[in-house]
Write a protein that binds this ligand. Structure first.
Ligand code: GAR
Length: 210
């Protein structure tokens, strides 16, 4: 099985979706470690409830971003992590850290990239007046919310939407999409080719479009 480490800063509902997927013995992934930069992260509690080893590495305890990232990197390697999933991890990662995990680290972002990078993506979508919004799982590159796109799911934007109602509709899709994307990687069906990801095998059809 693919030995996955999950980095999460907050509520951890995407972590929970991955934990739930792993409860199926046929899911080709084992979550071997969950790491947070924030003491209050409910994600840590979810991991503990699932019997997964956790680490709290507070960014405030380190003099620089590089020093924090080095501590995270060392902990992941000690835990035997072979692949990293960012799940609501709200710290920018240094170029050195990202290079060290290149091709072995993915993120879920609450917009249809390359639209609406950064924070407040649902407000950004409402302000732009788009009629479709969604979420993206992508390989991580040093630039913010950049990197080869692995999977996306779209939802309609409805006339009465607020950022909260739109976020809830997208989140439901995030929980479906993240395990699906991780499975593709673990099964060797997603291969990076330059700036894009090629999907091979039975999943290559419409399953990922929505
Ligand atoms: C999710 O919507 C995720 O896509 C987003 O934060 C939320 C975390 O929720 N991530 C980002 O904005 C990354 N820049 P969760 O803690 O319940 O999974």
């Amino acid at each position: 099985k693919l030995r996955v480490g999950v980095l999460a800063s907050g509520r951890g509902s995407n972590l929970q979706a991955l934990i739930d997927a792993c409860a199926d013995p046929s899911f080709p992934v084992e979550i071997v470690h969950v790491l947070s930069n924030s003491a209050g992260a409910y994600a840590l509690e979810r991991a503990e409830q699932a019997g997964i080893p956790t680490s709290l590495i507070r960014h405030k305890d380190y003099p620089s971003r590089e020093a924090f990232d080095a501590a995270v990197d060392a902990r992941l390697r000690d835990a035997g992590v072979g692949f990293v999933c960012l799940a609501g991890f709200m710290r920018l990662l240094s170029e050195g850290f990202v290079r060290g995990w290149e091709g072995r680290m993915i993120n879920i972002h609450p917009s249809l990239l390359p639209s609406f990078k950064g924070l407040h993506t649902h407000e950004q979508a409402l302000t732009a007046g788009v009629k479709l919004h969604g979420c993206t799982v992508h390989f991580v590159r040093p630039a913010l919310d950049d990197g080869p796109i692995l999977a996306q799911a779209a939802v309609p934007v409805l006339p009465e939407d607020t950022p909260d109602t739109l976020a809830a509709r997208v989140l439901e899709q995030e929980h479906r999409l993240y395990p699906l994307a991780l499975r593709l990687i673990a099964e060797g069906k997603a291969v990076i080719d330059g700036d894009i990801v090629r999907i091979t095998g039975a999943a290559a059809g419409g399953a990922l479009a929505n």
